[in-house]
Design a protein around this ligand. Sequence first.
Ligand code: KIV
Ligand code: NA
Length: 266
Amino acid sequence: SKPWTVPGLADAKREGRKLVMLTAYDNSFARAMDANGVDLVLVGDSLGMVVQGHDSTLPVSVDDIVYHTAAVARGLSRALLVADLPFQSDATPERALQASIALLQAGAEMVKLEGAGHKLEVIRFLAERDIPVCSHLGLTPQSVLKFGGYKVQGRDDAAAAQLLADAQAVAEAGASLLVLECVPSPLATRVTAAIAIPTIGIGAGPGCDGQVLVLHDFLGIDSGHRRPKFVKDFLAEGGSIAGAIRAYAQAVRDGSFPDASHSYSS
Ligand code: KIV
Ligand code: NA
């Protein structure tokens, strides 16, 4: 099938086609995902935890993401490649531009950054310079010190209203895609209905326009961290790497993953 483009993402949302996303950090897994129905591949700063063995994503550098992005890019001919702007590389518009140039020159087609607030100016600055941006709201792991842990976000009325306003603001600032991490399903469904750009959920219920999982979680690999409730071991179900990827892609497209047991109801 044809390669994904950034405008194609909004088309998919309009036409009600679910988006299938996974993280990858190397060429071999990228090729397996590209060949087995994954639409979007994310070089996430989760690599700090699952590849490098840190307790958070804070130690990850732009050079780390560039290294893994280049390896992943060489494995993709169909899926769209998104790469994370790591901790504070997006602290100012100018820093974010320099980091984004490095990621796009390594083969990324979109950069992802966490938060709204002062990041709205960063999103606008990048989007105006034709750098496609994916926003990430809800449980933003780069804010772990402020949050005091990895916790579900948007649970009370005020936090839910703020998240909805932030989602509308990032879309208005020029983001093309929005990851929602660890938010109650009803809120993620409301956010998805309120904006024209696709939402990609992780621990955000079945009402999003697509889903993403971290590779190691999706394969049932014990990364030494607590396994959240939204994680499902697709290797157990699929029987092989290719089978796991196909089972995940099908489950996302037919709406059977995530189900209530892999979501937060409130
Ligand atoms: O770094 C990452 O893997 C991510 C996903 C969990 C969305 O940001
Ligand atoms: Na990330």
